[in-house]
Every structure is written in C-alpha cells, then in structure tokens.
Design a protein around this ligand. Structure first.
Ligand code: S3P
Length: 446
C-alpha cells in the first residue's frame, strides 16, 4: 500500500490512447547542472552567464534562495541568467526561512554550503520534501563541525547554525548519493584542510566537473573525490545541456510505440547519467548518439530513437545509481518488453519525491500490468496497458511516465495530481503533444 497522497494540487492529465512520437524536440535544461551553475555562479568572483538554465520550480526555488541572500541575478531572456557572484564569503543572512519547494537537491546542497556561513539559516520545503531523509547530510556535516537541527525523524525543516569552524574530513558514504557527495564538497570549500568523499557506487559527477570549470581544483582518484578548503571560484560563461532525465520519457515513448522516430537535441550524455541508455539498449531499444560535442566540461549529443521490440531483462545492479531518476519510465518500458524484467538494489527509490517503488507498482497494476514491488525493486511482466486512472502522488516523474504509457494503452489514461511536473519540465505537455502524445490537461474539481 502506498501512503495517502499529499494533496498538492489539482492538475489532471487526460490521455487518449495510441499515437507515436515523431520529429525533433529539445527538452529543458538539466536540473542538476542548473542548480549547480546557479550555486557556483553565486559563490564565484565576477560575473557568470548561464544559457539553457532550467526554469522549473525546483531551480527557481534555488534562484530565489540566493536572491534572498543578497545575490543579484538577472534574467535577460528565457533560460538565461546573469549572476553577479559575491565570492565564497559574500552571502548575506536571509531575513526569512528559505523555502525550497519540492527540491531535495536544493536542500541537501544548500545545507552543506550554509553550514560554512557566519549566519544562521532555516531551510523548509513542501510536504514531499518535508518527509525526505536529511540525516544523510546532517550526520556527516556534524563530523566536520556543523550544527544543524532537524525534526526528530531527521526530516526538514533544517535549522543551520552559522559561525561554526568546519574541519575537512574523510567521508565514506553508505548511500550512493550525488546530493550527499555534493553537500559535503560544498561544506569542504569552507573547511580547513582536505575534505574527501568515497562513494559506494558512481553517482553523477556534475559538481566535480563544475567546480573545475569554475577554476577550483578537485582531485578524483580511486573512487575518492577530494578538495582543499579556502580556494576561490572564478565566474564565467556556461551552457546547460538538455536534461537526459527529461529526454528519457521521450526515449521510452518512442521505443515502445510503433511508427515512432524522434531526434532529441542537445542532451547531456555525461557517463554518470547514461544508465537509462544502457538499460534501454540491453532491452533492445535503438538509441543512437549523433553530433557528439561538449558544453564546457559536459558531453552532449543529439539522441536518435526509433520504435523497437523490447525484451525483458534483469537490470544490472551497477546501472542503478546511473539511472536513479529514470526508473518510473524504465518500468513503463519493462511492461512493454517481452517476458520479465527484474530490478534489484534500488531501495533509494523509496525515498525520492514519492516512494517510487510503491507508487509505480500501484499505478501499473491499476492499468492492468503485473508488477510486484519488492523491498529494493520491482518484478514486472510483459502486458497490455488497459487504460484507467492513476495518481502521481505529486511526483513529476511518475506523472510523465504514466503519460507515455498512453501511447500503447487500449483505453484512456487519467493521471491525478500533476502540478509537480513543473518542478523539472514546465513545458512537458506542449512538447509531448507537438511530438504526438495525445494529452490534455484539466483542473481537478476537488
Ligand atoms: C541529484 C541527485 C540524485 C537525483 C536527484 C538530483 C543531484 O539524488 O535523484 O534528482 O542533482 O545531485 P541522489 O544523489 O540523492 O540519489
């Protein structure tokens, strides 16, 4: 059983079954890279110009937080920011708690950064974020000398005490989490000596790449990521690639629906984010990289995808941390793949924006698919989507995943509570309908 949904809003997606995806699309900017570009731009010396910035609710919450700490940020055109960096020690005390909406990335990364300030701060979030575990950052930060109060359950709000002297230390993470790694590296900028993080599995390395792009030395060797405190960040220009996590809905939508052929442009193809491509290719999907290039230190390509026959697979465990945000849509692919698909080792999915194991299993079963949730994954049998009504539990990626299932469903699909799609993909409905998804929206009556 899933927890009762948090009533976070009334947008309903209505999908007419059938269709296919065709043409070219350009998904919005990468959420992880946009957060980091904003944070490092604010802490840098000099001006930073960002192109391709994701104007989703999550990253806009981070933007508002930096404005509240005195950083001047201009928005000269859509998806463009000009940040007047204040330097590592130039932030001002915010007058009010910093509200971070739905964004785990904003809260976890900011908790590290704010632990190194001279002033106190408070971080709050929406009901979903208020249920997410923060002990994974507050405990290692305390080891560095930080002082953060949370709820007894280790959940937000976080009261961060300023004026603490931080000391660099070696962290051996128990959970593979780029958010935790990045939080500790950000605290490390303010710590004396060396901070180093050892991860149990490779996670997205945008923080490491972007620190280097801002001229901050970071050493990466044998699974250890290390930096010395007390350096400086230098502002500059950077371009954010399209988010592979947003592209993933279209990759799967096109792979499962006969007649599809799609080019998804400008997609970030950092190796630490390619799990979804490896998994889809193992299932038999035809995904091609075209025009490979680089935006700063981030690799980019156009992804070409066609409809193909998919096979069920046992998802390799080493792909889990590389595809951690893409499992809702991978589960849709699995339902369309011949035979059985098994995912194990993905217990992290239970503490994302929703419990993605429980919520996806519930929705799949509702739509006529045999899906069995396990503690750390799911077992899914090939089946036909019947159509029906599912609840996203306020989770953007659940809503978009079930929307794509309509391409192969026998009847209409209705998805409740879709407002949060705006956290990562504000133009999803527009782009998806232009590509061929038969989607309408309506405000719920109650
Ligand atoms: C993110 C890291 C991932 C991911 C999240 C964004 C980041 O979380 O799920 O959407 O920007 O660092 P974890 O690192 O906690 O798995």
């Amino acid at each position: 059983m899933t927890e009762a949904p948090i009533d976070s809003g009334g947008l309903v997606f209505q999908l007419i079954p059938g269709g296919c995806l065709q043409g070219r699309i350009r998904p919005p900017g990468d959420k992880s890279i946009s957060h980091r570009a904003l944070m490092f731009g604010a802490l840098a010396e000099g001006e930073t110009r960002i192109e391709g910035f994701l104007e989703g609710e999550d990253t806009l919450a981070t933007l508002a937080a930096f404005r509240a700490m005195g950083v001047e940020i201009g928005q000269p055109a859509a998806h463009e920011l000009v940040i007047q960096g204040v330097g590592l020690h130039g932030l001002k005390a915010p007058n009010e708690p910093l509200y971070l909406g739905n964004s785990g990335t904003a809260m976890r990364l900011l908790s590290g950064l704010l632990s190194g300030q001279t002033f106190d701060s408070v971080l709050t979030g929406d009901p979903s974020l208020s249920r997410r575990p923060m002990g994974r950052v507050t405990v290692p930060l305390a080891k560095m000398g930080a002082l953060i109060d949370s709820n007894e359950a280790g959940t937000p709000p976080l009261n961060i005490h300023g004026g603490r002297a931080l000391t660099g230390c070696r962290h051996r993470l128990l959970v593979a989490s780029a958010q935790v790694k990045s939080c500790l590296l950000l605290a490390g900028l303010y710590a004396t000596g060396q901070t180093s993080v050892q991860e149990p599995a490779v996670t997205r390395d945008h923080t490491e790449r972007m620190l280097q792009a801002f001229g901050y030395p970071v050493e990466v060797a044998d699974g250890h990521i290390s930096l010395q405190g007390g350096g400086r960040l230098r502002g500059g220009a950077l371009q954010v690639p399209a988010d592979i996590s947003s592209a993933a809905f279209f990759l799967v939508g096109a792979a499962i629906s006969a007649g599809s052929e799609l080019l998804i442009e400008n997609v970030g193809v950092n190796p630490s984010r390619l799990g979804v491509i490896h998994i889809l290719r193992l299932m038999g999907a035809e995904v091609e990289f075209r025009n490979p290039r680089e935006f700063g230190r981030e690799p980019v390509a156009d992804l070409h995808v066609k409809a193909s026959t998919l096979q069920g697979i046992r998802i390799p465990r080493e792909q889990v941390s590389l595809a951690i945000d893409e499992f809702p849509i991978i589960f849709i692919a699995a339902a369309c793949a011949e035979g059985e698909t098994v995912l194990e080792g993905a217990e992290e999915l239970r503490v994302k924006e929703s419990d993605r194991i429980a919520v996806m299993a519930e929705g799949l079963v509702e739509l006529g698919i045999s899906a069995q949730a396990t503690e750390d994954g799911m077992i899914i049998q090939s089946g036909a989507f019947s159509g029906g009504r599912v609840h996203s539990h306020g989770d953007h990626r659940i809503a978009m995943a079930f929307a794509m299932a309509a391409l192969v469903a026998k009847g209409p699909i209705v998805i409740d509570d879709c407002d949060n799609v705006a956290t990562s993909f504000p133009d999803f409905v527009k782009l998806a309908s232009a590509a061929g998804l038969r989607i309408n929206t309506k405000a719920s009556a109650g």
